[in-house]
Design a protein around this ligand. Structure first.
Ligand SMILES: Cc1ncc(COP(=O)(O)O)c(C=O)c1O
Length: 441
């Protein structure tokens, strides 16, 4: 089967799951934990993938609007594949000992940030969670070991941490604090359901700092997603990040920007914080930076680096050479797609808004981070119905995932280099399924 003919795709030739997929799904169920979740949303077994197409074992070909949850910003692309293959001929595990690939990656990464951030330092990790954890640890190391961090309602920064508590060495335990982060939670500007706007949120944060009787300990840092990802693809109003930057400057707090999902071109800029011309103190990066191989990093101020104890953050597998080789390709190629992502993203938002369905409560987004929030009877749509719609989309050849405070937001997170035919076909499928026209086919 040739995967590079985009006109007549997707191609669905069996019920979903087909017989071969069904068999593997059952074997997986027998042997793996019941906590495995993605096959619930996408009950297929994958044979192979190319660019933005996925072929299952039964010969069905799907359009991929999930990109491994924003991990494959350039899809399953041959340049990444070749970069990994070339690296494989040399070395695929090197600890922290430099290789040309590692240095090339670091130099390329620096160039991807605004000019005033090119002297920042990098700590590598493996996952988005460990990047965010390291970022808060850096803030505490340079400021106040016992302070809380301000984080937002609906935020997602990962599921990890705590194992340092079981590690004995005081040299590790004294340097990191992730056995018990303290968090102060404030609202994110999620206008569809909640009334808080930027000034309300900033005044809550100021009160925490100014009112010694508030009952809060004084925080030393703020961690924020420039566009809320798992929380529902919520784009905050213009000026939100700038207001947080000013707040952090006024009260001398560290501003941590979590670009794990919004970064590497997904928003239409290389880094979503660039929309507001701010300079974060620390940036968390993961997902697409490794082109599909596990890689994360924290990019942080040089003066912070001087204050870090050693050892500070460790891990056997950090900065895998294959992932770094893929990452160089990603950082070099993503800028070539940004204009197109902005234009196509705006067009897509307009097309989703034109779908004639009273189930659509709001369409919002920036670049290729687009959320379609479904409602019913003026309330968030019930999660079970959302899952049914997700399965209908799959049966019609479209992988599309959900997110949100209420798990009722369908999200477009396709590859930045996706063929336009696959965007149009996907919108048609979404339109038809949502309007119920393909129900019972
Ligand atoms: C904004 C953000 N931060 C952190 C994470 C955690 O990343 P990981 O799943 O690699 O630990 C995610 C994952 O979706 C994310 O969206």
């Amino acid at each position: 089967m040739e995967l590079n003919e985009y006109k007549n795709l997707p191609k669905i030739i069996t019920g979903i799951p087909g017989p071969k997929s069904k068999l593997l799904l059952q074997k997986q169920k027998d042997m793996e934990s019941k906590t495995v979740i993605y096959p619930d949303s996408f009950p297929i077994a994958i044979k192979r993938a190319e660019n933005s197409l996925i072929e299952d074992l039964d010969g069905n070909i799907f359009i991929d609007w999930v990109s491994g949850i924003g991990v494959l910003n350039l899809g399953y692309n041959s340049n990444i594949r070749n970069a990994v293959k070339d690296q494989l001929d040399n070395i695929w595990h090197a600890l922290e000992i430099p290789t040309e690939t590692r240095i090339n990656f670091l130099e390329t990464l620096r160039k991807s940030f605004p000019a005033n951030m090119r002297n920042y330092k990098t700590i590598f990790g493996i996952s988005g969670a460990d990047a965010c954890e390291t970022a808060i640890n850096i803030a505490h190391a340079v400021r106040n070991k016992n302070a809380p961090t301000i984080a937002f309602e609906g935020a997602y920064h990962g599921i990890s941490g705590g194992i340092i508590s079981a590690t004995a060495g005081s040299k590790y335990r004294n340097a990191v604090y992730s056995d018990g982060f303290k968090i102060i939670r404030v609202p994110y500007p999620y206008k569809l359901w909640y009334g808080y706007d930027t000034p309300d949120i900033i005044s809550m944060m100021k009160k925490i700092m100014d009112d010694d009787e508030s009952g809060y300990e004084k925080p030393d840092s703020v961690i924020v997603e420039p566009i809320q990802g798992e929380g529902g693809y919520i784009v905050p109003p213009d000026g939100f990040l700038r207001a947080i930057r000013e707040f952090c400057d006024d009260y001398d707090l560290t501003m941590i920007v979590d670009e794990v999902q919004s970064g590497v071109g997904r928003s239409g800029k290389m880094w979503a914080f660039e929309y507001e011309n701010i300079t974060p103190d620390i940036v968390c990066v993961s997902k697409s930076i490794g082109g599909g191989l596990p890689l994360s990093l924290v990019y942080y101020r040089d003066d912070y680096d001087k204050k870090l104890p050693k050892p500070f953050h460790m891990g056997t597998y950090r900065a895998n050479p294959l992932a770094l080789a893929a990452g160089i390709t990603v950082i070099n190629e993503v800028p070539g797609y940004l204009d197109r992502v902005v234009k196509n993203g705006n067009d897509m938002i307009n097309k989703f808004r034109k779908i004639d369905s009273d189930l659509i409560g709001e369409v919002r987004g920036r670049g290729y981070m687009i959320g379609i929030e479904l409602i019913e009877n003026s309330r968030p749509m019930d999660a079970e119905k959302v899952m049914q719609i997700k399965h209908r989309l799959l049966e019609n050849g479209l992988l599309m995932h959900t997110c949100g405070h209420f798990n009722n937001v369908f999200r477009f997170m396709g590859a930045l280099n996706m063929q336009e035919e696959l965007i149009d076909s996907g919108i048609n499928i979404f339109d038809e399924v949502l309007r119920g026209e393909s129900y019972g086919r």
